[in-house]
Design a binder for this molecule. Sequence first.
Ligand SMILES: [Zn+2]
Ligand SMILES: [Zn+2]
Length: 281
Amino acid sequence: MDKHLHQSSDYKYIPMTSVKSRTGVEVADDVYYYTDQIVNICFIGQPNSSEWILIDTGLPFSAKEIIEIANKRFGQDSRPSAIILTHGHFDHVGGVIDLVKAWEVPVYIHELELPYVTGEQAYPMPDATVEGGLLAKISPMYPNEPINLGGYVKALPGDQTVPGLPQWRWLHTPGHSPGHISLFRESDSLLLSADAFITVKQDSFYNVLLQIPEVNGPPRYLTTDWESAKRSVEKLWRLQPKIVIPGHGVMLKGADLQDGLDYLVNHFDQVAVPKHGKYLN
Ligand SMILES: [Zn+2]
Ligand SMILES: [Zn+2]
């Protein structure tokens, strides 16, 4: 395999955290999510099993922590069958280069995200002018240059199946990024929404810090196509998920999820789409 793995040229620590950082929650006996500073990482597989999958890899410098959790949950020196990336933004691929160096496992991502993880293309610069509080204002410091996973990364299968997770399927939920995906398991209506919608008001420093639950549209400063983002939320709403683990914010279920998602779908233009910003047409 290609050994030429590279971090992005603007790889750096992001000084942002929350009260949930370094804590995890078991949502089903085989689904555990862990919060790295302000972003969620999912471990899917039965504890102590040798067959498990990692979904997303957190912020820069998260690999050591992810390996520690993996060892605790699945056994010393365990490694996943594969890593699935929901998209290539810096806060979801932060640990992936170091993890692939340590584990030498394949990585899967939607084919439209491949240029951003093979060193070919940078994401558009985050919109620091967008209506959206402190996280938008500091967004020019976020890495946007591509990482390079070389020969380790492959496109997800075109038939929506997820390698290593026969019960799950992936859904294309673009808008926040071109090849953004969410993952769904029919048997318990469990949805990993990633950044298609999240459960914290990412615009508010305090809401992020305290992780106050509230269904919200995708993080504004990095979302470039609001029409697609809206259709993606509608697509996920139609699944009527019973439990959601988002990319940012806490897990939600029951009426909190149902009511919050209904509201978001019915008021998307008013509550999710910013009133001003460079990615509005
Ligand atoms: Zn994102
Ligand atoms: Zn994110």
